[in-house]
Each structure stands twice: as C-alpha cells, then as structure tokens.
Design a protein. Structure first.
Lengths: 171, 84
C-alpha cells in the first residue's frame, strides 16, 4: 500500500477545513487522502480556545494522532525567515517546518507568507488550488471537492472561488 | 456583575474575545469600547489587510484578540479572511 502524501497546513487552511462543511468537517475527508502535519505554534494557536467548533475538531484529531504536530525546527535560515515582519509567527514556523520536510506539500492561504515561502525555494499552494489538484489526480471526487469549495467560499474572493469551480468542472 | 447582555452578537463576541486576552471583564470593556467605533475600526483595518498592508495576525493584535478569534469575527461579519 502506497503511503499517503504529506501536507503541511498553516492555521488559516487548517481552521477552514475544520469549520466547513458544518455536518462533516473537510479535514476528515482530507485525512483519507493525505497525512497532515502542523507545526507546534499552529497546533497551540488553533486549539487555545475550545469555545470554537473548529478548535474542538482540531484538538480531537491532534490528540488522536491523526494530525501530527512537530516542534518548531531550527533551520540555518531562521534569521532570514524572521526578518519577514508581515508574516505571522505561525506562518514563519510553518515555513521552517516545510524546509525540514522537503517531500511535504505546503498549503498556505496568506499572500505574504506564500510569497515569502517561494523566496526559500518552497512551492506552496493555496487550499482551493490543492483541492482542484486532488481532483485532477483522482484522489478526490469532483462532487465532494465542489461541496468543499462551496462550503468554504465565504473565506475567499468570489473570483478565486468561481475560478476554482470552473477548473473543477473542466476535470 | 461580570456578565452583560448585548443584542449585537458580533460585538458581544468581540468583547468576549478581548476579555479573554486582556483579563478585563466584558462589562469593563463595554464601558470603554464604542460599538460603532468598533465596526469602523474593523472595516478600516480589514481594508488595509486586503490591500496587503499587514497580516491577519497583526490585525488581531491591533484589535486585542487572537488570530483564530479574528477568523471567527470576520466570518460573522462576512468579511474575507484571505486577501487573494
């Protein structure tokens, strides 16, 4: 049996997948096609207040080991990463983790963090683009993917959502 | 008294989030934070976030709440959490 691909999630895509759709968080669907890793900073940040529904979902999956959290690694470029002051701590640590897990796919939904990651020769991808990629690769069925994109639409620009749906229709 | 009833659930949630960070009670905070100014501030900061001026984490810091709380606040206000 082939190992599932590994994805690294920053807090924004992690919370989005934990929050929507309401009846069955997309995180549970994604876990059937990919292993998920997060850096400690993101794990702590997203589960700090269990009054949020997404925090409960994330904590349950972390406690069960279904989402693996890694201590923030040290890298030789830490000072360079930290100099990007428009990038939040969780995102900077997520970039650090991605540098130590070169086979993992880095999913970032923040523009500044995304651009910064590319400066470190990483190839990040936004969540909706990754959903489209899974469908193209036959990892995720189109109906489920469309449901996910529709459910999370309020968090993204209308242009990006419509484009993602258009690309799903082309598959 | 450490509880307050507010008709505006978005503003009430914000006060709760901020109370969680500041250590002040919701009642204390409600005496100093004006509802209309709160909305004006969030809309103005969000516009700057969408323009790429700063991150959501920094916006959360300016509002005195955590980043996950800000996601929920923006969801409730039907404002985007990604600036693409």
């Amino acid at each position: 049996m082939m190992a599932k691909p590994l994805i690294i999630l920053d807090s924004s895509p992690l919370i989005t997948l934990a929050l929507f759709p309401v009846h069955k968080p997309a995180l549970e669907t994604i876990l059937s096609i990919a292993d998920i890793a997060v850096v400690e900073t993101v794990a702590v940040e997203t589960t700090a207040y269990l009054n949020h529904r997404d925090a409960v979902v994330i904590k349950k999956l972390l406690d069960a080991g279904q989402i693996v959290h890694h201590l923030t690694p040290s890298t030789s470029v830490d000072t360079l990463i930290d100099a990007y002051n428009k990038v939040d701590a969780g995102e900077r640590d997520t970039i650090r983790l991605a540098l130590t897990l070169p086979n993992a796919r880095l999913i970032l939904d923040d523009v500044a963090a995304f651009v910064t990651a590319t400066h470190f020769d990483l190839s990040p991808i936004m969540l909706l683009d990754q959903v489209v990629a899974w469908v193209r690769q036959g990892e995720l069925d189109k109906t489920t993917a469309t449901k996910i994109v529709t459910a999370v639409a309020s968090r993204y620009s209308e242009a990006f959502v419509n484009h993602s749906k258009h690309r799903l229709n082309e598959v | 008294m450490d509880k307050i009833t507010l008709d505006d659930t978005i503003f009430a949630d914000y006060l709760q989030y901020r109370a969680g960070q500041s250590g002040q009670t919701v009642v204390e905070l409600s005496k100093h934070i004006n509802r209309d100014e709160f909305y004006e501030t969030v809309y103005a900061l969000h516009e700057r976030f969408m323009a790429g001026e700063f991150s959501l984490g920094y916006m959360a810091q300016l509002l005195g709440i955590t980043k996950p709380d800000l996601y929920h606040l923006l969801d409730a206000m039907e404002l985007k959490v990604t600036n693409v």
